[in-house]
Every structure is written in structure tokens, then in C-alpha cells.
Design a protein around this ligand. Structure first.
Ligand SMILES: [Zn+2]
Length: 297
């Protein structure tokens, strides 16, 4: 179809019909290329990590009540497990270098490198200028889920975290204080950060157990009831010394609503293990990123 010429003097909004070029179908048919082919990344030492978890020792347990968050630490080379001890529940996870909170999880670049949802062998990357693996997923009882008929997958890095600002925006100013953003902020204040610093440290999360995708027609972010059940868990090895903060989302299994007290919620359990020291002998944390930071100056 030929484009319809615009009549001079009547700009008006452009319609798709007016702007569709003659070769539109040809342009749409161009095959995509992967933005960041990740086969040149150093492979995770999954065989070692799996051997290390076969003989690991529980060192710490943290139960996180619904609509709250908790802080935990994992030494480099340690293993942490997040589980649903009572029922299906979504968790919003932030990670920091234990000694440097400015090195924190970068969900956008993790998404660019691994895809919209994380699985075993994928890593959680820190932001610039560090950009190194913070944690590697080594076990996942929901690995069977794959991709459902709606395009939904589990453990997403496409959502941000539920927050009171978006809630106020969409609800005409309603105030709700148990969104994951606020839960994470309160937990960091409880860990000793000042209120302003704590809120500024909260970042886009890994949505543990959350089942999400984008709608085919409108491209909108959707959520659906998590397939997680009592006893399901996901496990990570800490590639560097970590401070983790995990919120038990007020959306519960995120099958209906969030940012309110309406959904049924369950606690989340964090367990920190010492990996088998013999298997981990000689293992080292990854170095920070190798870019020289001169930026062409
Ligand atoms: Zn949430």
C-alpha cells in the first residue's frame, strides 16, 4: 500500500495508515540478532557448585514474615536458599556487596545478558563500574515450568518491585506502606542505614518465584499465580561476599493484586549454608570488570 500524502497546513496526529511505507512487510521480516551473545562469558563452575552443595552445612536461617523484608549475609563461596516453607509466595530480592553497598544488583544488564527470567547457570550481575557476577543460580525446583502458553516464566528480571509511588499514581493518591520497596527500605534502615540512604539503595529486584511475561497484543507486563508450592526453593552460590535483602511481596503468589492487604501471603525462608570446603578449595571470587574507565579522555 502506498502512503497517503499529508495535506499541507493540516498537520494533525500521524496515523499508522499515513506512515506505513510500501516495504513495511519487508522491514518487519528482517530476522533479529541477539543483542548480547553470552557464549563468550566465562562459564559458571556448575559441576563444582553442584558438588559443593552435596555436602553443605546450614549456618543461618531467616524467616521473613509476609509483607516484610529481612537482611542476610552470605560469605563469598557460600550458598543461600530461598524457599516457600508454608505456601506459594513471591519474593523481591536485592543484593549488595557485603562491604560496599554501592556495588549492587543490576537487573537491566542481567536481563540483557540472560533473558527476561533466570534459570540454573544464570548469574545476577552487579552494576557499573563493577559488572561482575554476584550470585549464580545453582538449583531451582521450578526449572520444570519453562514457558507456558501465555509466555509466562518464573524468576523474572523484568519487573521492578511493587512500590508506593506507582500505587499512589494509579489509585488517586492512596497510601500503602507494605509494598516491597518500602519493606526493603525498612529492612535496610533496620540494618543501620539512614532513611534516605536506605531508600536510595533499594534497586530493581530479582522477582523470585514470580510468574510473569509480556502480553502478545499490547506488550504489557503481566503476572499470574506463581506455580511455587510449599517446599519449593531456589538456590544460589555467592560469587562475592553478599548482603541480601528479601521482601515477601504483599501480592502473595501475585495471582490477583499487589500493593494492598488483599492477597493471601505466606512467609519466605532464607537459609545460608557453608559449601563443602574441600570442593571449594582454591575457588576465588570474580574480579571487578576490566574496563579501564578512561571513557576516551
Ligand atoms: Zn512486591
Amino acid at each position: 500500500m502506498s502512503p497517503i500524502p499529508r495535506s499541507p497546513g493540516s498537520p494533525g496526529p500521524l496515523s499508522a495508515l499515513e506512515t506505513t511505507p510500501a516495504d513495511a512487510d519487508t522491514r518487519r521480516a528482517v530476522a533479529p540478532v541477539i543483542c548480547y551473545p553470552n557464549d563468550s562469558l566465562p562459564p559458571p563452575e556448575l559441576a563444582r557448585y553442584h558438588a559443593a552443595r552435596a555436602n553443605m552445612t546450614l549456618r543461618h536461617r531467616l524467616m521473613i514474615a509476609p509483607r516484610s523484608a529481612g537482611v542476610f549475609e552470605v560469605p563469598a563461596g557460600g550458598i543461600f536458599r530461598i524457599s516457600c516453607p508454608e505456601g506459594s509466595q513471591v519474593g523481591d530480592l536485592n543484593l549488595f556487596h557485603a562491604a560496599n553497598p554501592d556495588e549492587r544488583f543490576y537487573s537491566g544488564k542481567t536481563r540483557a545478558l540472560h533473558g527476561t527470567h533466570l534459570g540454573v547457570g544464570d548469574r545476577m550481575w552487579s552494576g557499573f563500574p563493577y559488572l561482575r557476577p554476584m550470585a549464580t543460580m545453582i538449583a531451582d525446583t521450578l526449572a520444570w515450568y519453562g514457558c507456558d502458553a501465555y509466555g509466562g516464566r518464573v524468576h523474572d528480571v523484568i519487573g521492578t518491585r511493587c512500590d508506593p509511588y506507582t500505587h499512589a499514581l494509579l489509585s488517586g493518591g492512596a497510601q500503602y506502606h507494605q509494598c516491597c520497596h518500602s519493606n526493603l527500605t525498612r529492612a535496610l534502615i533496620g540494618d543501620g542505614f539512614g532513611a534516605q540512604r536506605a531508600e536510595a539503595l533499594v534497586h530493581d529486584v530479582l522477582n523470585v518465584f514470580m510468574c510473569t511475561g509480556f502480553t502478545q497484543d499490547s506488550g504489557q507486563y503481566f503476572m499470574k499465580a506463581s506455580p511455587a508450592r510449599q517446599g519449593d526453593y531456589v538456590e544460589f552460590i555467592a560469587e562475592i561476599a553478599l548482603k541480601g535483602v528479601l521482601s515477601a511481596c504483599p501480592g502473595g503468589d501475585c495471582g490477583t493484586v499487589h500493593s494492598s492487604d488483599q492477597a493471601q501471603c505466606h512467609p519466605l525462608l532464607v537459609e545460608v549454608f557453608e559449601a563443602d570446603p574441600e570442593v571449594m578449595a582454591g575457588w576465588r571470587s570474580p574480579e571487578v570488570n576490566g574496563y579501564d574507565r578512561s571513557h576516551g579522555m
